[in-house]
Design a protein around this ligand. Structure first.
Ligand SMILES: NC(=O)c1ccc[n+]([C@@H]2O[C@H](COP(=O)([O-])OP(=O)(O)OC[C@H]3O[C@@H](n4cnc5c(N)ncnc54)[C@H](OP(=O)(O)O)[C@@H]3O)[C@@H](O)[C@H]2O)c1
Length: 123
């Protein structure tokens, strides 16, 4: 019980990490845990933070809110990624054009009671 209670009451400190010149990718970062993760990463001054979101308008609104937490050395980008569509995932990867991702926090998702099939369901 203590473990479960601690999960709900204590926010663990993030270990200081040198992310200078590193690229951090966070999916589903316009809201919820992904947004909070983005906010928590910024004090570690990554070179680049990619907000991968399915709705660019929401992503850009989140980026604007996050700007005040970043240092001058960090660039925040918003990129479209709908994980329910293979086509969108492929386009996202193609858009990265081989650029290195150092940290990937794959957070995006929802809980569905039923099976959801990709809108472009070919691999
Ligand atoms: N919160 C919890 O206590 C908890 C506990 C266990 C597990 N989780 C898991 O942790 C993850 C985040 O939870 P949360 O509470 O932060 O949820 P949330 O507030 O609903 O945020 C979910 C994020 O994922 C995005 N997203 C949903 N479907 C997507 C898709 N197909 N492609 C790309 N992005 C998509 C949402 O974008 P939109 O804003 O466009 O919808 C939003 O940015 C989820 O996978 C959830 O199941 C959460």
């Amino acid at each position: 019980m203590d473990f479960i209670r601690a999960q709900r009451t204590k926010i663990p400190q993030i270990v200081a990490t040198n992310l200078a010149n590193k690229t951090v990718l966070i999916t589903g970062s316009n809201a919820g845990l992904g947004f909070e993760a983005a906010r928590a990463v910024l004090p570690h001054e990554p070179g680049r933070l990619i907000l991968a979101v399915r709705d660019l308008e929401k992503g850009n609104a989140a980026r604007e809110k996050l700007e005040k937490f970043k240092s001058a050395s960090t660039v925040i980008e918003t990129r479209k990624l709908d994980q329910a569509s293979f086509g969108s995932v492929r386009a996202f990867v193609k858009g990265l054009d081989g650029q290195r991702i150092d940290v990937a926090l794959l957070n995006a998702g929802e809980h569905y009671g039923s099976l959801l099939i990709s809108s472009t369901n070919t691999v």
